[in-house]
Design a protein around this ligand. Structure first.
Ligand code: B16
Ligand code: MG
Length: 215
């Protein structure tokens, strides 16, 4: 029986991927790297540090640790500036209704996001009241596609791996769920997920709900 849902944040709860992309683009330009949307797919669900490694890797650039850190800081400042634009309409279709529905049916809800900004974003979107636990990516050593953050999230809401389902928009995230032995719902065109939905709006469909919760 499914008793809880583990949500990814960026690309599942909130439409923040575009802001990550804009911030990384600006940073990459300084190293003469032109980021495109295709490459951006590789950065979804991937930690800030690893994202920068991938970007610089395009030109085989290796920065001294101090400069690397200051670029990370700068990217985050740019990103946080973009987050000023966050509002009710940054919540992806159907998500708020789905969260309300989960609360009403006594399912537990955790967030398993690679983003250190997750608590801030959830507070800004006024969604904290629907969430029982937020995993802290800063205290988890191995990021997605390793299963650790999802295992931590399930533990955080006191459930076993076969009592939860995870929702993800990134390949790294779906792979992490797969490695955690958890059911997964992929948003978009992803491999390895149990169900694929085109958009978060479909989470509310009676058919989807039945598939997930068996009635
Ligand atoms: P931050 P998710 C991920 O969030 C993003 O998809 C990824 O692009 C980003 O680099 C990562 O969070 C870290 O975010 O810089 O805010 O700590 O999809 O796992 O919710
Ligand atoms: Mg995501």
């Amino acid at each position: 029986d499914i008793k809880g849902v583990l949500f990814d944040l960026d690309g599942v709860i909130a439409d923040t991927a575009k802001y990550h992309y804009l911030a990384w683009r600006e940073v990459a330009k300084r190293y003469d790297i032109e980021l495109c949307e295709g490459f951006n797919e590789n950065l979804k669900g991937v930690s800030r540090r690893e994202s920068l490694e991938k970007i610089l890797g395009i030109k085989n650039i290796v920065l001294p640790e101090e400069e690397f850190k200051s670029v990370l800081k700068e990217k985050n400042e740019l990103y946080i500036n973009y987050l000023e634009e966050l509002g009710e309409d940054s919540i992806l279709p159907g998500i708020k209704e789905f969260l309300i529905d989960l609360k009403r049916s006594n399912k537990r809800v955790a967030v398993a996001s690679a983003s250190k900004n997750a608590p801030y974003i959830l507070e800004k979107l006024e969604l904290l009241k629907y969430i029982d636990y937020i995993a802290d990516p800063g205290s988890i050593e191995r990021g997605k596609p390793e299963p650790d953050i999802f295992l931590d999230a399930a533990r955080g809401i006191g459930l076993k791996t076969d009592e939860v389902v995870g929702i993800e928009d990134s390949q790294a995230g779906v792979d992490a769920l797969y490695r955690a032995n958890m059911l997964s719902i992929g948003i978009g065109d992803l491999r390895n997920s149990l169900y694929n939905l085109e958009s978060t709006g479909e989470l509310l469909d009676k058919k989807t709900r039945r598939l997930i919760f068996k009635g």
